[in-house]
Write a protein that binds this ligand. Sequence first.
Ligand code: NAP
Length: 476
Amino acid sequence: MDTSNIVGLVIQASYFAAAVLLIMGIKRMSSPVTARSGIQWAGVGVLVAVLATFLHGGPGHVLIENAALIFVAIAISTAAAWYSGKKVAMTDMPQMVALYNGMGGGSAAAIGASALLGVALSATPGVGLTMTQKVLAVIGALIGSISFTGSLIAFAKLQGLMDKTFRFKGQQVVNGLCFLAALFFGAVVVHHMWPHAIVIFFVLSLLFGILMTLPIGGADMPVVISLYNAFTGLAVAFEGYVQQNVALIIAGTVVGAAGTLLTRLMAKAMNRSISNVLFSNFGAGGGAASEIKGSLKPIEADDAASLLYLAEKVIIVPGYGMAVAQAQHKIWELSQALIKRDKDVKFAIHPVAGRMPGHMNVLLAEAGVPYDLIADMDDINPEFPNCDVAIVIGANDVVNPVAKTDKSSPIYGMPILDVALAKQVIVIKRGKGTGFAGIENALFYQDNCKMLYDDGKEAANKLIAGLKAVDGGGGH
Ligand code: NAP
């Protein structure tokens, strides 16, 4: 066997190993216990694939062309990613994901651009790619470009760099025309490979990503980012076919499938369709909910601590406000104070509590809450009627009973945590602020519900102090 055959074998074996590591990594991400190692496995898989790619040297060459330039680019981007990854606050994670996802889409589009321009500008234009490869290069470039600029707009919105929504009359028509024009020039590129058509095609595709994302509300961005994540995966898989690169095809397909499933899961948990996320102005104008009966009943921290002291079973329901207050460590401290006093304590997690999938799980894991105390919605809901005190910290929409009772509510049909069925409910929030959906919460007006108005972290602190005041340190 000559050297080039051996190198070819090493490349294919490495790509196979990378694919296995990626798939196993994603599998491990399905449980919080193994998620961290899953990310590491997938990271090693990508590293193996990148290293193997350098061996594509061509006849007489050990290394890929322009290796030095590529090394410099990798060194710069690794340093930037390492620094930003270490520095980013947990609450800023969605925009970080948006930015990284955009880079993936941009890379796929760049691969498409280089393949198309390479053929268009060669001595024999049009030769070098099969018809299937040309079509997939164009589709991959279109999707990748949309994902690139769309994700950058999502980043800018989440980072507060631009207005949340940008709407004008006839916007959907303009967007539709831009998309059709991009498709038209894509078809021209496939058939004629004219360099100018390629440039116009890319400008239109990039523009469409911007136009499509501008009208979407900032709070819907996590679903949009997940959708663009699926787009990026697809784009990478298509460009992988164009390059005949197995690693790209497998990685792209895995990301595309995972992103699609995640988008569906988020949309389902919010009881929204993808088109409703993309084309409606959800949460911006408030909901037309029916009038709610009852009154808001404030409670002082000391009295709330006494209720907890008398309780046997306590369920804690965290939401977006816990993330804002960064109260997860204090809430875990409060839970430990309760466990020390023989209370049965559990955490109830709604699939879309917070602003990104797994938001609450990540925060609780960071605070050191054991996984066996954390329960998903379907598992914990039957336990609420036997719960003496439910503590709602910074959650609102995910515990709003109107989702079951009020057909006119924008969240009607969304599955919720049945906190309303607990014997007593203590809601910790700063004031009368609404949640993401912008509507009143019927739970807060129920007879069994008391409002502890405070910042999440402060309230947890006061409850810990209140418990100590009741029994002077307590526990065993
Ligand atoms: P939410 O409905 O957005 O409510 C958060 C509540 O936290 C607010 O009512 C606010 O009231 C309170 N709050 C804010 N800062 C606080 C602080 N420092 N201390 C204490 N409380 C504070 O939150 P949620 O119940 O978690 O529901 C999530 C919503 O986001 C759902 O509607 C979901 O569909 C949507 N969403 C989720 C995702 C996802 O993937 N997780 C993605 C997109 C959209 P005050 O201002 O009065 O304090």
